[in-house]
Structure formats: structure tokens, C-alpha cells
Ligand binder design. Structure first.
Ligand SMILES: [Zn+2]
Length: 275
């Protein structure tokens, strides 16, 4: 899944490799997928995109925007896998969008479980997208302690930390994936209630959130996700499906995996206290 470190990685790679290239062919929705979400009818994408030149790329939340001339944008989000291929590489048969450039190179978008592929002109009328675009990212210096405190203040119920941080798009692009290491580094349990946090804990959580996400982005995303060239990210996850068999890197205790709020949480019962 594309989360904050991956949208940063994919967009900076796209910026380097795609800017200046002109789209010469677009094949949309070649393989029907029930949970591939398009903006409008993808049958209109070839007309909208062909002949346009890539001007820039930007990542925000769980989205990657490829800006084309004429105020047209091609956006990918959530579970969409975006790959770049050199001209000599073989085009895969199954995909949800393929765009060929004037030098013969191409990008392929495929959706695993569910994902967004939006091509549009001007503004996109999608609330998730707009929220992600206009929210301050934790990678930004403006996401400071006061900003973080406001997220707590904006919630009336006594939520668990997973519910607070990784649901309802309070921090767009902070999903269940990156959450695991953020909470591990803060020494806090995913099910722990907000009300149980002292000022010290909140401080630890804020710093862990900032530092962990920045490290993930600097390393080119997590090692559970692939980049634009199909390589796994350089950030070695502490708690993920990749490390479940390993003992806690801090204390050696066995890591626990549990289903919680629509996704597995991983934690060390010894290091990540409930109180
Ligand atoms: Zn531990």
C-alpha cells in the first residue's frame, strides 16, 4: 500500500525519470478489476492523456500525482502499484492502466486488492484526495507539536492509538503499515487509549512519528513495498510481516500479531505497554 514514505519515494523517482516525456499511447482498464477506482470512464483516458507531456510529480498522503501540461493530472493511490519500464522491457498483459512515452518507455499501473487511478483535468472532486492534498504532512516542518496536539483535541471519544492515528484520515497517508514502527519506537501499544497518555508519552509519540516517517522516506520507503522500479524500499521494518518470526529487536520477547480494526497489528507485549 502507498503510505506517506512510498508516495514521497514514488513521486521523487517519477520526477527524475518521467519529466519531459510525452505520452504517445494509453491503454486503460485492460483487465477488469472490481476494486480499481477510476475518475470518470477510463475509456476516455486515451483522449485526455495522449500527446501530453509530464511536467512534474508530487506525492501527498497515499497519492502520487503526475502533472501533465494543459492542467491535466494522472493520480495513483492506495493499493495501486505503479511501475516504470525501460523501452526494451516486455509489456505485461494484465494491468489497469498502461501509458507509453515518446522514448518507448512506459508505466504500468496494477491494482492488487483495491486502488485508485484518476485522470482528470483541473480540480478533482474527491474528498479523500482533496484532504490529502491540503493537509500538512508529518514530513513537513509545519507538522509540529502544536499541530499534533490539535489532532488530539479534535477527537471527543477516547480512541485507541491505532484508531486515532491511522483511521478517519486525521493524518492522510499514515496507514496501518507505517503505524507499527511508529508505535514500537514510542513504546506504546496499538490498543492503548489516548486518555492513558501522559505528556511525556505524547512527546515520545510525536517524536517517533516524525523521525520514523522521515527515516522511511529517506530510505526510499519500507522493505515491504516496492518502488517505481520494482525494488523493495531500503527502510528495514522493525515490525511487519517480514519480521514476525524475529524476536523483539529491543528486548528479545516474541512479537505478537493480532487482527485489530481492519488490519493486523504487531507489537512487543513487553516494550509496548498498555499503561
Ligand atoms: Zn520488546
Amino acid at each position: 500500500m502507498i503510505e506517506i514514505p512510498e508516495s514521497a519515494t514514488l513521486s521523487s523517482q517519477a520526477e527524475i525519470i518521467l519529466v519531459g516525456k510525452k505520452i504517445t499511447q494509453v491503454i486503460p482498464a485492460a483487465s477488469p478489476h472490481k476494486f480499481a477506482f477510476y475518475q470518470g470512464d477510463p475509456a476516455g483516458y486515451p483522449e485526455l492523456l495522449t500527446g501530453r507531456q509530464v511536467q512534474s510529480a508530487a506525492g501527498h498522503g497515499m497519492f502520487v500525482d503526475i502533472h501533465l501540461d494543459g492542467d491535466v493530472c494522472l493520480t495513483f493511490g492506495e493499493g495501486t502499484i505503479l511501475r516504470y519500464f525501460a523501452p526494451y522491457e516486455k509489456k505485461p498483459e494484465k494491468h489497469q492502466l498502461l501509458a507509453v512515452f515518446d522514448d518507448g518507455s512506459f508505466i504500468v499501473c496494477s491494482v492488487a486488492m483495491y486502488g485508485a487511478i484518476f485522470a482528470f483535468s483541473g480540480e478533482l472532486d474527491n474528498s479523500y484526495y482533496q484532504l490529502s492534498l491540503h493537509c500538512t504532512s508529518p514530513l513537513d516542518d509545519r507538522f509540529d507539536e502544536a499541530f499534533f496536539e490539535n489532532i488530539f483535541r479534535g477527537v471527543t471519544k477516547d480512541l485507541s492509538l491505532k484508531a486515532l492515528l491511522a483511521t478517519e484520515q486525521r493524518i492522510p497517508g499514515l496507514g496501518n503499515g507505517v503505524l507499527q514502527d511508529i508505535l514500537f519506537n514510542a513504546g506504546l501499544h496499538p490498543k492503548r487509549k489516548m486518555s492513558s497518555l501522559s505528556d511525556f508519552h505524547k512527546d515520545e509519540l510525536f517524536h517517533s512519528l516524525k523521525v520514523t516517517l522521515r527515516r522511511m522516506a529517506e530510505k526510499g520507503g519500507r522493505d515491504t513495498e516496492k518502488d517505481l522500479f520494482g525494488n523493495y524500499g531500503g527502510y528495514k521494518t522493525l515490525l511487519s510481516k517480514n519480521t514476525l518470526q524475529n524476536p523483539c529487536p529491543n528486548c528479545g520477547h516474541a512479537i505478537v500479531k493480532e487482527a485489530y480494526m481492519g488490519g493486523a497489528v504487531y507489537f512487543c507485549p513487553s516494550c509496548q505497554g498498555m499503561k
